[in-house]
Design a protein around this ligand. Structure first.
Ligand SMILES: [Zn+2]
Length: 212
């Protein structure tokens, strides 16, 4: 799933607990992806490009069931014990888990049970059907906005970022070769998407804060 729709998940969490600050919720739903960016820079995880699409070959440390649960449990403990905020701790842990659960639905078979064993490995593979992927993600993003009862500006943010993702979803042939020649490029693009969607969702989901 692309950055904007992971970010939209934070709106669901925020709606349930409207007193919680939005920023940590936005961080929670992308926590796993930030680790992926970091581990790709470090060379601990890697991807490949073949047949005109990106394959996330090796990502057991950031994206596995075990590491998702471990990261959720750890963040729960840190926030609950360190900041004495049980509600935020629960919401943050759910946010971390949501990323792995959603990626399981969209990814190819590349999400392991744990980093320790190469099998079993899961992924429902919606990403292999780009138009279906686009429609489902788009509907999910809009659904989160609708549930959150967001404003028009936030709706436009979700629409525009979904459309911007289309070229990558529909990429074919040699369009992705720059990612082969410059391996740091893909994690940098993903990091940039995470940061810019955090900014816009935070800005327009908190309109009152901006008026002050
Ligand atoms: Zn992911």
């Amino acid at each position: 799933m692309y950055a904007i729709n992971h970010a939209a998940t934070a709106l669901l969490l925020r709606k349930k607990e409207s007193k919680l600050p939005l920023l940590p919720l936005l961080i929670s739903v992308q926590f796993v992806e930030i680790l992926w960016v970091l581990f790709n820079y470090l060379g601990w995880e890697h991807f490949s490009v073949s047949n005109g699409s990106i394959h996330l070959d090796y990502l057991p440390y950031s994206h596995s069931i075990f590491s998702g649960v471990a990261a959720a449990a750890l963040s729960f403990c840190v926030i609950n014990l360190g900041y004495h905020n049980r509600k935020l701790a629960v919401a943050f842990a759910i946010g971390v888990l949501s990323h792995v659960v959603i990626d399981l639905i969209f990814h190819e078979k590349d999400i392991r049970l744990s980093p320790f064993f190469p099998t079993p490995v899961w992924g429902f593979g919606i990403i292999d059907y780009p138009m279906l992927n686009f429609v489902i993600e788009f509907a999910y993003g809009i659904g989160c906005w609708w549930y959150f009862k967001g404003n028009k500006a936030l709706l436009w943010v979700i629409i525009i970022f979904n459309i911007v993702d289309l070229p990558i979803m529909l990429a074919h042939g040699d369009m992705l070769t720059p990612f082969v020649h410059y391996p740091f490029l893909l994690p940098s693009v993903i990091l940039f998407q995470i940061l810019i969607t955090w900014y816009f969702v935070y800005r327009y989901a908190n309109p009152k804060r901006n008026k002050k």
